[in-house]
Design a protein around this ligand. Structure first.
Ligand code: ADP
Ligand code: MG
Length: 622
């Protein structure tokens, strides 16, 4: 064994630097945080070569006292805390006193600073942890720190850096977060001599969004401000049209500090459930104000994580803040067609059901051949004679919304119990509220309502209605189920059968009665209503897969996803002719579902085009 040495402070600092200074972006983050802590109102960040050769951060904050300037580069040198108790109520971004020491240990740093009460400023140069120069200098109030040749004396770290452009990208990310965290500060960001970003510092988060992402984002952000249990949640949440394929545009700030938090991400995504497509992630910028005594920021070396003393309360506050903001919005997206397309469009002679030759389809009764009716997925029958009903238009009973169940004229299926569940909170719509123009492409329904044309996706609409209905039934423990006259046997793998056996109760709750049938197969004796036999196997396997791959999710989530699948499989498909009465029912039901305009998978149900827009396009109005 070699002799044990106490490390030279210089070597110790180089090692410690690794914790704080991983790459140029971490230097930028530390320096900006120092400027924010110094109450700066304007901060300029300039970098060259991805920050590897040059980083400058200048601010107009409080500055550092001349006597303290060199000390700031010592380890554990901080003006922000003094006693252990201070750790319980940290209100600054920094408090460890490590950043300047760490940066100074692995680069050449210049500090120029002046306080308001001093006539002169001071210029300090530190290289590889050594003080090279300290002299008085004339300068404005505030602090400038220039970091040159980062990691020049630690080649091992240098080797891990990526291309300049990649490092510059990491820096932009940090600058963006800082900007979104502090709309009250004016930021200027210069890369290789070019100004990339400027924000006015007018304390308006929208101005930051405009500077960073452009005006399209401004149009699609919804402001929110919500207070719940002493937690204030404010900020902006994006509409579905700007959702992303990853979580890159989600930013959370607690008391001005950018943090990453699974609980906050989860709360937001739960609030967006049913609004976004699967694997789409919302754009959100949320600021939480919480009493510092209820959070612990001292859990992570780069301070990106926090611990909450009451996670549940934080979850609730964020969930409701976002949900309320989203549901207060009108969810029907407007159709905007680029001018060029409208004027250049010439309908083909055989294109009967095109929107531009509306006369052809106005009030047109859709004729459905009898054979189609009896196989139609979206028939209305009185629930008493559903099993044998082959009724056509003439004998169709008065429809009420409880009859939205789809009963098939199949000899293999018998209705066991159908319990009608009132659709709470819905008002009866006035039939004169809208005019149905017709169905096009056997898939979309055109409706005139108020001053708008609505285009409704029949499958998405019906799927949504089915889902809402299933949800109510499920909550009331009265899921409509049908017993199969001839049970269906499905061969499955051992693991799948084990999963099913463990979840018999789960299946029962969503309307399935299943049993182990031996020989690596299970038998389904009862299913949720309206599932065709050929769809049944797919649906069942889909739900088994859901259970298999969602081990960590809470059961109610899996149940509601299973209900999505059932709704999808039982809803009327696209490319199906619909009877006018069916269309009427579907339209009036879907228009009563206020504030919901996505199918359970997040696709839109309705898109609209305003009369105003049409008149503008035809130049009737300017
Ligand atoms: P910490 O931020 O954790 O206190 P740092 O090493 O980042 O530690 O900074 C050390 C000290 O230097 C700070 O506590 C602060 O007093 C001073 N300082 C650093 N940057 C600035 C700045 N831009 N303006 C004013 N004071 C600063
Ligand atoms: Mg600091």
């Amino acid at each position: 064994m070699k002799k044990i040495n106490i490390l030279d402070p210089k070597v110790a600092n180089m090692i410690a630097a690794g914790e704080v200074v991983e790459r140029p972006a971490s230097v930028v983050k530390e320096l900006i945080e120092n400027s924010i802590d110094a109450a700066a109102q304007a901060i300029t960040i300039e970098i060259k070569n991805g920050g590897i050769t040059y980083i400058r951060v200048s601010d107009n904050g409080n500055g550092i006292d001349k006597d303290d300037a060199a000390i700031a580069f010592e380890r554990h040198a901080t003006s922000k805390i003094q006693f252990a108790e201070d750790l319980d109520h940290i209100e600054t971004l920094g408090f460890r006193g490590e950043a300047l020491a760490s940066i100074g240990a692995v680069s050449q740093v210049e500090l120029i600073t002046k306080t308001s009460y001093s006539d002169e400023g001071i210029h300090v140069v530190v290289k590889a942890g050594k003080l090279l120069k300290q002299e008085d200098i004339g300068c404005p109030q505030g602090t400038t720190i220039i970091v040159k040749n980062l990691f020049y004396n630690t080649p091992a770290r240098m080797k891990f850096l990526k291309k300049d452009s990649t490092e510059a990208g990491y820096i932009s990310d940090i600058v963006n977060k800082m900007i979104l965290g502090h709309p009250e500060i004016s930021f200027r960001y210069i890369n290789n001599g070019k100004e990339i970003i400027f924000t006015p510092g007018d304390n308006n988060l929208m101005s930051c969004v405009y500077s960073l992402f452009g005006k399209d984002y401004v149009k699609s952000m919804i402001p929110l401000d919500h207070c719940d249990g002493g937690i204030e949640v404010a900020g902006l949440v994006g509409k579905a049209d700007i959702a992303r394929a990853n979580r890159g545009l989600q930013s959370f700030f607690i008391n001005g500090r950018y943090i990453k938090s699974k609980i906050l991400t989860y709360a937001v995504e739960e609030a967006y459930k049913n609004i976004l497509l699967v694997n789409r992630f919302p754009v959100v910028i949320l600021h939480l104000n919480i009493n510092p005594a209820f959070i612990d920021v001292n859990v992570h070396p780069t301070k990106m994580e926090v611990k909450f003393s009451d996670e549940k309360q934080v979850y609730q506050a964020v969930y409701w803040a976002v949900k309320n903001a989203l549901y207060a919005q009108k969810h029907i997206p407007e159709v905007t067609i680029p001018k060029k397309n409208i004027f250049e469009y010439v309908p083909a002679a055989n294109e009967k059901s095109n929107i531009y030759i509306k006369e052809d389809i106005i009030q047109q009764e859709i004729k459905i051949p009898k054979s189609t009716i009896s196989h139609n997925n979206y028939q209305y029958h009185s629930k008493h004679d559903a099993a044998t009903d082959t009724k056509t238009e003439q004998s169709m009973p008065a429809i009420n919304s409880d009859d939205l169940y789809q009963m098939k004229n199949s000899t293999t299926i018998e209705t066991k119990s159908v319990t009608a569940v009132p659709r709470s909170g819905l008002q009866t719509p006035s039939l004169y509220d809208f005019k149905i123009i017709g169905q096009i492409f056997n898939t979309y329904i055109i409706v005139q309502k108020d001053e708008e044309i609505l285009l409704i996706d029949q499958h998405a609409a019906h799927e949504r209605l089915k889902y809402e209905q299933l949800l109510v039934e499920h909550r009331n423990h009265v899921v409509c189920a049908q017993t199969l006259l001839i049970p269906v046997v499905i061969p499955l793998s051992n693991i799948e059968i084990e999963i099913i056996k463990e979840n018999i109760e789960f299946f029962k709750n969503i309307g399935f009665e299943v049993e182990d049938f031996g020989n690596n197969s299970i038998v389904i004796r009862q299913t949720p209503v309206s599932i065709e036999e050929q769809e049944l196997k797919d649906l069942f396997i889909e739900i088994v897969e859901l259970l298999q791959h969602s081990k960590k999710e809470i059961i109610t989530d899996i149940e509601s996803r299973a209900l999505y699948s059932i709704a999808c499989k039982s809803a009327i498909k696209a490319n199906k002719t619909m009877h006018s009465k069916e269309i009427e029912r579907l339209v009036s039901d879907i228009l009563r579902l206020d504030n919901i305009n996505t199918c359970p998978h997040g696709r839109p149900i309705i898109i609209s085009m305003s009369k105003h827009y049409i008149e503008k396009q035809f130049k009737r109005i300017i």
